[in-house]
Design a protein around this ligand. Sequence first.
Ligand SMILES: C[S@@+](CC[C@H](N)C(=O)[O-])C[C@H]1O[C@@H](n2cnc3c(N)ncnc32)[C@H](O)[C@@H]1O
Ligand SMILES: [Zn+2]
Length: 426
Amino acid sequence: MDSKNEPEESLDTTSAGADSTTTAVPMEDTNPSSSTESRQTSLTEPGLLPGETVVKEGKAAILFPSANEVFYNPVQEFNRDLTCAVITEFAREQLAQRGVRILVPGEKDRVVVQLSEEKNGTVDQEASEQPENEPQKEEEGDEKDYITASVGERCEQGLRVLEGLAASGLRSVRFALEVPGLKNITANDYSAKAAALIARNAQHNNVSHILQASQRDASMVMYEARGRKERYDVIDLDPYGSPSPFLDAAVQAVSEGGLLCITCTDMAVMAGNSGETCYSKYGSVSIKSKYCHEMALRIILHSLDQRAAVYQRYIEPLLSVSVDFYIRVFVRVKTGQSVVKNSASKQALLYNCVGCGAFHLQRMGKKMSQGKHMKYSAATGPPVGPNCEHCGQRHQLGGPVWAEPIHDNYICSEGSGCRFREPHPF
Ligand SMILES: C[S@@+](CC[C@H](N)C(=O)[O-])C[C@H]1O[C@@H](n2cnc3c(N)ncnc32)[C@H](O)[C@@H]1O
Ligand SMILES: [Zn+2]
């Protein structure tokens, strides 16, 4: 991404940004007794405790203690739908490397390929013509042995998932019922009430063989999982407000190439209403601008990469979206000293003209090739003079922000065949 002079242009035109669509119910509709096509409630289901109600979302039927308590947030339904879809794609690719093929309900079987094979153009195109999830007949001489993993089954080679802030357990129950190829899910919440509810919901949905409730501080669960063998393949953090207190533990507790799924709902701070608070939480100053939602995404990505770098790790964004009042990012975390050396040159300060909104980026570092080696040095600048070249007004300084792509083009492409490209994936 290079700096732009056009005030109307987005930082990255591929970003979902402020224009992204959502299926969410309006904010004020937080009463679990309201119903949509995918969600009905029942007050008469057998086995309910007095005052309990059931909310249906996706494949889950979740018990909530009372129709009056705001335990269920329907506005985040899209967040949970999207997360099931992203983890499914992640499982498809990760488990292929472990000799496992996932069976996704409603999807035609296809040969699982490594991302690198697809990029090299070596995909077997015939593979996508199999009937829906029927066990495949192997051709004689087909040398590739694989095992299959279906939703709701525990898969020994499957992914280990942590939902750090699980509330009722709705999200984790949906993972158990909708994402194939999982070994186990730890649904954690420090509230005793929440942990008891998670356990009940696991039972009610018959997923206790995959889903365990835990009542701990989320940071402690993650710090204790830093050892290579204990790490989680997927960590989902969906807090009230900012996830910043949990990020240091999260970048350490996720496995090599593992997936972090992070929500931020502190949009006032991240979109420029309180730049100094944003700096204290994310190490980046937010500014009010037309591109504030994309800037918020780039701020959380900056913060994640910076914290990962402390441990010689770095991020690769898979998907970054701004929806309603929150943002959500999905990133892989990998380890590599040489890539981490490049971290500074992936971040940029941002000069924003207060008059016309034109902006310029100032990278924090510079990378140059020297024969077979790379050389890293301080960046040179600034890219602007004291006054805007278009309107003569002064500049504000924001950032640093993540100045690299915010999506993985492959996972968002038609070629990946991924479910969130389809018209009705959920
Ligand atoms: C927004 S809710 C989670 C919603 C849930 N992810 C979903 O999709 O339904 C946040 C939850 O985080 C829990 N929480 C807050 N701080 C925590 C901490 N340090 N450790 C564990 N849980 C925490 C709260 O009790 C609350 O239930
Ligand atoms: Zn200007």
